[in-house]
Design a protein around this ligand. Sequence first.
Ligand SMILES: Nc1ncnc2c1ncn2[C@@H]1O[C@H](COP(=O)(O)OP(=O)(O)OP(=O)(O)O)[C@@H](O)[C@H]1O
Ligand SMILES: [Mg+2]
Length: 479
Amino acid sequence: MRASSIRTRLLAAFLVVAVVAAAGLSFYFLKELEGFALRKLEERLYTQARLLAAVTSTTYLDSSGAFSANDAQRLQAALDQATPYAASRMRVLDVEGTAVADTTPDDVGSAYGDRPEVKRALAGEYGAATRVTEEGRVALYVAVPVENAGKVRGAAYASSTTFSIVTLLQTYRTRLLIAIALFVVVTLVLTELLARWLSRPLQSLSATATAFADGDHGVRATPSGSSETRTLAVAFNAMGEEVGNVVTELKEEERRKSRFVSDVSHELRTPLTAIRGAAETLLDGDVPEQDARQFLETIIREADRLTRLANDLLTLQRIEGATGELPLRRIKLRETAEQAVSALSPLTDARGVEVTIEGEAPTVLGDTDRLQQVIANLVDNASRMSGAGRRVEVRLSREGDFAVLSVLDEGPGIRADALPHLFERFYRAQASRDRSTGGAGLGLAIVSAIVRAHAGTIEAANRPEGGSIFTMKLPVIAD
Ligand SMILES: Nc1ncnc2c1ncn2[C@@H]1O[C@H](COP(=O)(O)OP(=O)(O)OP(=O)(O)O)[C@@H](O)[C@H]1O
Ligand SMILES: [Mg+2]
């Protein structure tokens, strides 16, 4: 089944309420009205009967207490005069219940003695009954005793059909039906307005949501309407913010990935071209022994470069993609630095650079191999950039809750515009020179990834006295 709108539901609910309320009220009202009219009718009949009984008893009964023919004639004459004005029928009955006078003169002489209300009146009490007449109409009958000298001499008998009440009720019923119809129409109109008013904030919210779903992640809902729709709008906006951020991150990630792939391809191309060129030249033959050696060395060097590139990429991938923690141990940074520097000594010696280690740093938690890799990369860069005859210093210290390891050199320093990019993948400050002397520009990216995995920081800066300084800070473990 199709879900109905708020409008339809409100309409249905209000219609049911309106119709039930109107019908219930009308039924109650009509019932009350009928009861009231019947009571009024009975009161009227009673008053008339009482009056007729009193007049009859004092004026028309002779001293014997029985109706003489003369009495009956005079009574009939009086009733005949009253007939055109009487809305009810009136009779005077003798002690037997036989009519001696009647506003319907033809019925004089009819016997009513066996009617219960008449029997009661002849017994000196008040009698009333409702009965269906010969014409099929409902009529009310009231009988009261006619008394004289303490004795019941007959009865005054008044009756009337309830026809006027029925007519009255019918008129009211018709009017009520019209009123109910009007009521329903008004309800419909009001419901329509109410539904629009209630659903407007929801419609605007759903328009916003649709726009959002269509990719416009900047749209925000304006909180309006009831507290519920306001809450919904606020929640929607919070969600929009969240999704917007995630989408931005995903796009950024996507961009990084594609740049990474193109960087890698670019890095692969240079050594491959060199290898291919050397191999082709050798294939042509007729290359002097001396040159052939050089070409072969080129091939080996470039192949080594490719291997290193593959290893570096793998390392980066392992560190950054690692979900679990590093295998952490308590580490004395001085020892680690010594190991890294000694492992690197053949290279630094070859470059003619002297590397020294100064100071002490507090114990940290870390992965020895990775931290050695950090120091080796920094010292490698520093010694390469400095050149023969210069000094590189690894300095250890403590700064608050951090163990600090700095690598200082006497090289050319770093250009200001290069500083913010040093730790990016494949970044080289002097592209042409570094490509021949150094590697792919992954060293500092690896350094940065390792330091971040240790919850530490690393910064590069220029020393006032010349050369650069790379400073790594790692949180000290609480003993
Ligand atoms: N101590 C330093 N003094 C001056 N410039 C430096 C120093 N260390 C790094 N750089 C600059 O930062 C760049 C990035 O260094 P990084 O270690 O990431 O790459 P690389 O050394 O060129 O290559 P790789 O480390 O992959 O062999 C270097 O190319 C160099 O231009
Ligand atoms: Mg490097």
